[in-house]
Design a binder for this molecule. Structure first.
Ligand code: PMP
Ligand code: GLU
Length: 393
């Protein structure tokens, strides 16, 4: 008898961001001059102090299992950092360290959702939220945000989609893919709504350190202290410290939820990699200058790519306040975003991610976690391609 894949997996496709990044890398390896805008990760090396802490961990034989939840000093450091940023009073017991923020999010969905529950997700959304809901037996309910509203969550629209089955809402600020930073005012309104309707809030703040002045990152926990009882904050070291390969993320929230998530983790991965935990501890508690430096580079690149794309009629690019993605409206070309992205790759070796996987056809995501030269070269190729399109080629 042929093997059949479980029904809950049949609707889940592989992450399109990871698949497209892998395709671009494979083309480059095959000697093609690809201009790669797919990267969902900073292009800088991991800061030296964190690397050294990892090496020290290996050499001092910190190479065995740790507690499932993570080493106590890392959990404490995460609680302290969250308390400093959000004015909260978390303890180490409020923290679960996992194998990347993606794993933290997966644990939250598994721990909080019942089959049949509905979870509100704001589009454009990061590609993995709906599959994570499905894999937990829940149904993602997509609520659109618009460019006219700066991709801010529409609180009335969220309210109108709440049913007796709605259990929670996912926030992602700064957003992947738009780079929008949710305003304190909207966060306050969402916190109020969640409290009135008894919803949990998953607040994915993985890009919170990558916000470009004068914009400011605000956490729902800062603006509405009583949301602490219903919020799971998710963060990690992947983006802020250029440590994507180390696989360390974390969740901070009410102890019952954290304990439930730890139970899931105890039967799946056990502790996150021991060596990586020591490196993450150094990243979070050591000098923060490498983060500030990366932020300066990203801000310059953001200005370069957003201004550049906006000069290329008929493209229009949203100005991201955070993260490292340029979110570009390609509808003016008269072609679908998957067609444009495929043609850019085939005809001009420009690798991007079409908005379709983010629930936003018509748009394309270009990561600016790449060099200024790559950005310039990409802009020139897009300009030439658009010239060809206008000439009817
Ligand atoms: N959330 C968002 C919005 C992301 O873009 C990413 C990047 N993959 C993650 C979570 C997960 O990051 P990681 O698992 O590398 O910590
Ligand atoms: N978050 C990154 C991205 O959106 C990494 C890829 C992924 O984890 O899906 O490209």
């Amino acid at each position: 008898m042929p093997l059949t894949v479980s029904r809950r997996l049949q609707r889940v496709e592989s992450s399109p961001t990871l698949a497209l990044a892998a395709k671009a890398k494979a083309l480059a390896k095959a000697g093609k001059a690809v201009v790669d805008f797919t990267a969902g990760e900073p292009d800088f090396p991991t800061p030296s102090a964190a690397k050294q802490a990892g090496i020290r961990a290996i050499e001092s034989n910190k190479t065995r299992y740790t507690a499932v939840e993570g080493i106590p000093e890392l959990r404490q450091a995460i609680a302290d950092r969250t308390n400093r940023q959000c004015g909260t009073k978390f303890e180490a017991a409020n923290v679960l360290v996992s194998c990347g923020a993606k794993h933290s999010l997966y644990n939250v969905f598994q721990a909080l959702c019942e089959p049949g529950d509905e979870v509100l997700i704001i589009s454009p959304y990061w590609v993995s939220y709906p599959p994570m809901a499905w894999l937990a037996g829940a149904t993602p309910v997509i609520v659109e945000s618009t460019e006219q509203d700066g991709f801010q969550p529409d609180v009335d629209a969220l309210r109108s989609r709440i049913t007796s089955r709605t259990r929670g809402i996912v926030l992602n600020s700064p957003s992947n893919p738009t780079g929008a930073v949710i305003s304190a005012e909207r966060l306050r309104a969402i916190a109020k709504l969640a409290s009135e309707r008894g919803l949990f809030v998953i607040s994915d703040e993985i890009y919170a350190d990558l916000v470009y002045a004068p914009a400011q990152a605000t956490s729902i926990l800062q603006v509405q202290p009583d949301s602490v009882d219903r919020t799971i904050l998710v963060n990690g070291v992947s983006k802020s410290y250029s440590m994507t390969g180390w696989r360390i993320g974390y969740a901070v929230g009410p102890k019952e939820a954290i304990e439930a998530m730890a139970r899931v983790q105890s039967h799946s991965t056990s502790n996150p990699t021991t060596i990586s935990q020591y490196a993450a501890l150094e990243a979070l508690t050591g000098s923060q200058e490498p983060v500030a430096e990366m932020r300066r580079h990203f801000q310059r690149r953001r200005d370069l790519i957003v201004t550049g794309l906006n000069h290329l009629d008929p493209l229009r690019c949203f100005k991201a306040d955070g993260a490292f993605y340029a979110w570009c409206d390609v509808r003016g070309t008269g072609l679908g975003s998957e067609v444009v992205a495929a043609r850019w790759l085939d005809e001009s070796l420009i690798a991007t991610v079409p908005g379709d996987g983010f629930g936003a056809p018509g748009w394309i995501r270009l990561s600016f976690a790449t060099s200024d030269e790559t950005i310039q070269e990409g802009l020139s190729r897009i300009q030439r391609w658009l010239g060809g399109l206008k000439a009817g080629k």
